[in-house]
Each structure stands twice: as structure tokens, then as C-alpha cells.
Design a binder for this molecule. Sequence first.
Ligand code: UDP
Length: 413
Amino acid sequence: MRILIISDHADPLAEIGSREAGGQNIYVFYLTRFLCKLGIAVDVYTRWDKKNKREVIKYNCNLRVIRVKAGPKRYMPRDNFLSVIDEFADNVLKRIEKEGINYDVVHTNYWFSGLIGLKISKKIKRPMVHVYHSIGQIRFDSLKKLKIQDSVSDFFGKRKIAEKKIAQRATRIIATSPVEKRIVNKLFEIPNQKIDVITIGVDTNVFNPIKKEKSRKFLRDDEKEKILLYVGRIEWRKGIGTLIYAFKNVTLKYPNSKLYIIGGGKGSAAKELEKVECEHLSKIAKELDVEDRVVFLGAKNQKILKKYYSAADVCIVPSYYEPFGIVPLESMACGTPVVASRTGGLQFSVKDGKTGSLAKPRDYNDLAQKINIVLKNGKNFYKDNCVERVAKHFNWIKISQQYEKYFNKLIEK
Ligand code: UDP
């Protein structure tokens, strides 16, 4: 079996944590590796966004990452991608013809890739499955509290039309949670039978619990201190501002607690994009007089993240909108409970009272209350449930097998 994956802006080999590289890159990274382990050949096509990147990276297990010329070979804001999708599709088709490749299925990620995939799958006459990762209308609704310019409204209008077209024309749609399935069904008016739920997973070889004593030693932190952890992009919709306000409340009960914030870009372009948000967050911490307890650690490689998750008493995912959210899975895999906003896929991955707690989005009082409950119950109260939940529902080995069956069924039709 040979699969063509399109992930226009999310290169699976990109630096993670920066504003425009996160969950989708990680999803494609693990999905492709686990499919390869099953003997499935995969080519991932992504936009060539840096001159010095190699065009084709070949792995021994039948996996290639192919950078496609579409627009300039440098950073381009994701929202400008609409102008280069035809060039992207044409260049993929040229390679398919030149190499004489026979793909069995086209798998697309995010709406630009969906549009590209529609062109390619039509031309090569193969089934196409689409994963949204983010749905424009829901993201737009989350922005409504901000002052929205007309150009932004227009953009989301176009996005909604495109996303509906993908829902209607793709062979099938993969929703990453039952919550997303309901949204896709209602918003794009396609039958439930066309939508399958296949969740995102976590690699338990990368994320597993380390003894508290050892992980705290690594962080040079006292075992008695309460450690709160945030991992993810530094972006407004992630709700880090709300978390800092909630943290202030937590310090009233636990004065020695600390909040670690992991994420952010490494390069100057990524840092520039995050500058405003970083300054805003530091200002909040200063105004609330917790700046010495809120520690911005920058981006960390995934390989060492388990040390931070294991050292933490609780991981917080305070997003205003979160289509799926891989961070809670990683935290739970390390045995650490999660307090997350009751939104999107977080409502599905975090089991309230069992693997952590769910709080009202944008409500720092409720968030603080839920964090305090989890801290009071203690990590051991949640630990086994967390590890079991991941093993049962979010293990990449099982999920890749599910994908294999799914692709086989599509090919048979
Ligand atoms: N991540 C990372 N290093 C960092 C920050 C984040 O490797 O410094 C990874 C994190 O482990 C997770 C992903 O980025 O796998 C974030 O995914 P999530 O779905 O939680 O958020 P998204 O980026 O999709 O908004």
C-alpha cells in the first residue's frame, strides 16, 4: 500500500513549539512513522519553506518527506497559502508523473491541503480522506471577543466555503474526536456515515512516567513545591494569559508553587511573531506580582518533555479553542493529571474527576478552582487512570492499525 499525505504548512520535520508549528506537524510525524512500521509506504508533501532545506528526505522504512515548490522558498504566513495551492498541486502531479508513482489513497491535512488534495485525487482517480485539524467557523467564533477587521471576516467566509466543499467532495472525512464529528456533520451538512472518528495518539516510548524524585532533580526543584506546567505554542488562543491570572489565585493557597511555560520559536522570524504575546504575558505576571514564579523556558525537544511532564503536579491546557490537543495525551502518558478548558477535543481526552478536570474557558476563577482541586487530591489520585486512558484509547500502535484497516477498506471499494 502506498499513501500520499499532504500537509501543506506543517512539515513533519519542522522545529516544534513555534507559533506556526505544533500539533499538526507532530500528528503527521507520528502517523507516518507508525504506518511505515506496518510496512505501508508513505510520501508526505509539504511546502518548501526554506531555501536550504533538502527537497527530498528519504527514510529507510519507505517514508519520504517531499518539499514542494509553491510560492517563495521562505517563510510565508499560513493565511496566504490560498494563492499557491494551484502551484502546489501542479508540482505534486508533475512528480507523480515523472516517477510513475501509484498511490492508493490521498490523505489531506488542514483546508489548504484539502483543496490541493481534491485536485490531485480527481486527476489520479484515487480516494481522498481529509482531516480538518481546525475548523474555520469555530476558530472565528473564538475570535469574536476581539475587534475583527473586515478582511479577517472575509477570509473566514472563504475558508468556510472551502471547508464545506472539501466535506462534500472528499471520499471520507476523519474526525479526531466525537465532538469534531458532530461539528463537521452539522456545519457542512454531510451525513454522519461519511465521517469516521480516528483519534490522534501518543508514542508511549517517548512519553512515560519518570519517578518524581528523578525528574525534580533534573529541574533542580524541591519535591515539596507544587509545579504547574504549560506546554504549547505561545499564542493568544492558547489562553496563557488566563492561566497566569489563575496561577495568581493558586499561589494564595500554595505560595511556593511555580508555573513553567514551555514553547515558543527558536528562530528570529518565529520570535518576532510571538513578541507581542510574550511581552503581554510577562506584563501580566509582573502586574500580578508572580513574575518570579512564572518561568518561561522556551521550546524544548520532545525527547526531554517527559521529564517536565513527570516533574509537574498538574499540566494545564487553558485554550479558548482547541480542535484536538496532543499535550493532554502526553501529560497523561507521563501519569500527570490535566486541567483543561471544556472545549473541542479536550472534553473528550480529559476525563473529568478521573484524569484531571475540565474548566470553563476564559474563566480564571474556575480554572484556579479546578487546579486547586487537582493539587489537593494529589497526583497519585489520578496517575493510574491517566496512564490507562492513554494505553486504551490514544496509543499510536493501535491507532496506526486502525488506519491500516481503514485504508484497506477504502481501496477495496
Ligand atoms: N511541543 C514540543 N516542544 C515545545 C512545545 C510543544 O515538542 O516546546 C509539542 C508538544 O509536545 C505537542 C505539540 O507540540 O506534541 C503541540 O500540540 P497540540 O495539539 O497540543 O497543540 P497545537 O500545536 O496543535 O495547537
